[in-house]
Design a protein around this ligand. Structure first.
Ligand SMILES: Nc1ncnc2c1ncn2[C@@H]1O[C@H](COP(=O)(O)OP(=O)(O)OP(=O)(O)O)[C@@H](O)[C@H]1O
Ligand SMILES: [Mg+2]
Length: 285
């Protein structure tokens, strides 16, 4: 029987996910053996061309879609291959989701949606939570607005506030800054960074360079496969290796200089203090 507890301490972990779609005789391989994992406080950007499988991956990670192969674990519990009600319960408790098309309900105000998301997750009533969340996304005082009364960018930020309503350990956001101007995008990125610092595992699919620059790690998808598992980590590793090599070379040079100085001092002592101040070049090298 398959294990129901996670095989690692990662707060979000996907193992070899496959997802196929069929349209007539055509088969689209949206995900082909994709594995990712995030620790608490880690912020990962998923990037790649349009149609490369980013949204499909995020839907599978959030338990909104069932992969055709592979498993997903969230906070130590398997979310795949379980009844819809179990998946919804796990999602409400552990995952904040921001969909590419937004996640707002048309007939509820933003404040009602934040409170509703909290009730679904069994959170206690907190009178200040709506103001705090809306303040964090730059929408002070808009709790009574309906989604239809917000601009595209405001709706995107309101969606993020709803996704964060439960202070979830995992935040999965699909193009959270897609409709934002550069200034508002920076504000949202600061908010995501603050969430990661507070311990939330943040996974964001995006085409935005600003998002990939701000993330700790980048996973790039091409045709449903992980293309280059983390170029920036690879760069950092290369930098660290170069630093260590330089450090070792400097250490060796310092050791050689110290040896030479010690040799010269010993020679001077043997010579009874003669030749003081002269350089015995024969010892160098
Ligand atoms: N429900 C579906 N039915 C059929 N094909 C689908 C479905 N959902 C996704 N696909 C296909 O799967 C592939 C991956 O789609 P996905 O939405 O994951 O891409 P994406 O990387 O998010 O693209 P974008 O950057 O445009 O949002 C695409 O070829 C898409 O047409
Ligand atoms: Mg997408």
């Amino acid at each position: 029987m398959a294990a129901v507890t996670a095989p690692s301490a990662a707060v979000l972990r996907a193992q070899r996910l496959y997802r196929f779609f069929h349209a007539g005789d055509e088969e689209v391989v949206a995900l082909c053996g994709v594995s990712v994992q995030l620790a608490a406080g880690e912020w990962v950007a998923v990037t790649g061309p349009s149609g490369s499988g980013k949204s499909t991956l995020l839907q599978c990670l959030a338990g909104l879609d069932e992969p055709d192969g592979g498993d997903v674990w969230v906070a130590g519990q398997r979310i795949t291959r379980r009844p819809d009600t179990d998946r919804a319960r796990l999602r409400a408790k552990y995952i904040g989701v921001l969909h590419q098309s937004g996640n707002l309900l048309e007939h509820l105000t933003i404040g009602q949606q934040i409170r509703f998301a909290r009730r679904l997750a069994g959170q206690r009533h907190d009178a200040g939570v709506v103001d705090r969340l809306l303040g964090a996304v730059g929408l002070d005082g808009r709790g009574r607005a309906l989604p239809g009364q917000l601009s595209g960018g405001e709706a995107a930020r309101a969606s993020l506030a709803v996704a964060l309503a439960n202070d979830p350990p995992v935040l999965i956001a699909d193009e959270p800054t897609g409709e934002l101007d550069a200034f508002t995008e920076r504000a949202v990125l600061s908010l995501l960074a603050a969430r990661a610092v507070a311990g939330t595992a943040v996974l964001v699919a995006s085409h935005s360079r600003a998002v990939t620059r701000a993330a700790h790690r980048v996973v790039e998808l091409h045709d449903g496969r992980v293309h280059q598992a983390d170029t920036r980590t690879a760069d950092r590793t290369a930098d660290r290796t170069a630093d260590r090599t330089a450090d070792r070379a400097a250490d060796r040079a310092a050791d050689r200089a110290a040896d030479r100085a010690a040799d010269r001092a010993a020679d001077r002592a043997e010579d009874g203090g003669t030749d003081r101040g002269t350089d015995r070049t024969g010892h160098d090298g």
